[in-house]
Design a binder for this molecule. Structure first.
Ligand code: PHE
Length: 464
């Protein structure tokens, strides 16, 4: 075991970095959008249950694997599986994670790059002009998607920022960025929630989110909530495993896991409150389009006082959230080359960043050909056309659930209970009955639930 491995400087450092990975476009874009489509209340409850039963146990499992092995995913499975059932074949789970990180980052960065364009437009006043004419904004957005130059530029800027952080390593790069951006992100979000409280739609937003109506819940909705719990918590591809490998032995895995899950969920709910309050205030007919973040939200912001500042802050918030997620994606890919191929960090971040950038250019260029806005669905389950849609479909329907299932099975059935318990209690103290709850969830409940997602994808279930 290496002794020179980089570490987070404190418990807070790890929690902020990991929460930064979890909180991203999944919370600020995808969750508000799928919750709207699934009629709120009951869907939110199912989502909360999915976080508790599937998300949290698997997150703890990933962190256990990382901290125990002190390696990134491929090496971690190689080391921990040695001499046990399955042996070196478990390394495949690590490779799947690296591949998923590569693929997800390539298109995630394209969408994250859009925020740069919107921040610039908010600052220059152009967003305000467009927002007063919804069709003009739609037109602008369509032209923006179809513009190869702008798409590639924004994607390049976002990838450059991501590489710039990972280049400086765990402490000086990732942790320091998370320490600055995460508190800012919380502050902006809090301010926006306060801003939305006096709006006429706030009450309706609260009722929509918290009054469950089970009649409106569909089987597809349940599966969508389950699938989303993976994406939003950055699970199934070794991001939490890799971050866990930098965690200090004296810090508590159960505490960190709970904090990250609670923060991620709170942020998703807050994003809904902000967006629904303003959407409901104007009784807007929201189309099923997953582009509301870029086409509807600016329109409503500018109907309210301070639209220019508020919308600028809002897109800054989305950009920050996305950046702390993209760095974790690049870290998974880079740390593989560092741990397994012996590369230096600089070479790893620059080379892998460049390779992912090239790959992402294909996604960026495929957007124009998708044509209709409503068919673009970043992290959704509907398959879309083009490189972008295909990659997204592969990642969110296959890579993450399959990776998550295998991680749960490995922690639950290949590692012994004693080993897991030692890791969970190291830095925490005796867990008592709650250890038994985790063990039950990771051995039975989580694999069963994730298995259901995979089976449904194989059967081609409809998600409407
Ligand atoms: N959790 C991130 C989000 O919600 C996305 C992500 C997935 C990041 C997997 C890293 C790994 O946007």
């Amino acid at each position: 075991m290496t002794t020179s491995r980089a570490q987070w400087s404190s418990r807070l450092g790890f929690v902020l970095a990991a929460a930064g990975s979890a909180i991203g476009l999944g919370n600020l874009w995808k969750f508000p959008y799928i919750t709207l489509e699934n009629h709120g209340g009951a869907f939110v409850l199912v989502y909360l249950a999915a976080i508790a039963v599937v998300g949290a146990p698997i997150m703890a499992a990933e962190i256990i694997l990382g901290r125990k092995s002190q390696l990134s995913p491929v090496g971690a499975f190689g080391l921990l599986a040695r001499g046990r059932p399955g042996g070196a074949r478990w390394r495949a789970v690590g490779y799947l994670g690296v591949l998923a990180g590569f693929v997800i980052l390539s298109y995630y960065s394209v969408v994250a790059g859009w925020t740069i364009r919107y921040i610039v437009m908010a600052a220059s006043g152009r967003l305000g002009e467009l927002a007063h004419h919804p069709e003009a904004l739609q037109g602008f957005f369509g032209a923006f998607l179809a513009s190869p130059g702008e798409q590639v530029l924004c994607h390049s800027l976002f990838m450059a920022a991501t590489v710039g952080v990972v280049y400086f390593g765990v402490g000086r790069g990732i942790e320091r960025t998370a320490r600055v951006l995460m508190p800012l992100l919380f502050a902006i979000l809090f301010a926006l929630v306060v801003y939305s409280i006096p709006t006429p739609g706030f009450g309706r937003a609260v009722v929509f989110l918290f009054r469950p109506s089970f009649a409106e819940l569909t089987a597809g909705g349940v599966l969508e909530a389950l699938g989303h719990s993976f994406f939003t918590l950055s699970l199934g591809m070794g991001a939490m495993l890799t971050y866990g490998s930098y965690m200090r032995r004296q810090d508590s895995i159960p505490h960190a896991t709970l904090t990250i899950c609670v923060l991620d969920t709170l942020i998703a709910i807050m994003a809904c409150l902000i967006m629904y309050s303003i959407i409901f205030s104007f009784d807007l007919e929201v189309s099923k389009s997953s582009t509301i973040l870029f086409t509807t939200i600016p329109v409503v912001f500018f109907k309210l006082p301070g639209g220019a500042i508020v919308s600028g802050l809002f897109y800054l918030l989305v950009a920050f959230a996305a950046l702390t997620s993209t760095i974790s994606l690049l870290e998974v890919v880079s740390s593989y080359t560092i741990d397994e191929l012996g590369w230096g960090r600089r070479r790893a971040s620059l080379t892998m960043g460049f390779a992912i950038w090239v790959f992402g250019v294909f996604s960026a260029l495929s957007l124009g050909s998708v044509g209709s806005l409503s068919r673009i669905n970043l992290i959704g389950r509907e398959s879309t056309t083009g490189v972008f849609g295909t990659l997204d479909y592969l990642a969110s329907n296959w890579f993450l659930p399959v990776g998550g299932l295998l991680i749960a099975l490995f922690a639950g059935w290949v590692l012994t209970g004693r080993e897991c318990r030692d890791e969970l209690e190291g830095g925490h103290g005796g867990l008592g009955w709650s250890y038994g709850v985790w063990r039950f969830l990771i051995r039975f409940a989580s694999p069963a639930a994730v298995g259901a997602i995979i089976v449904s994808v194989i059967l081609g279930a409809e998600y409407q």
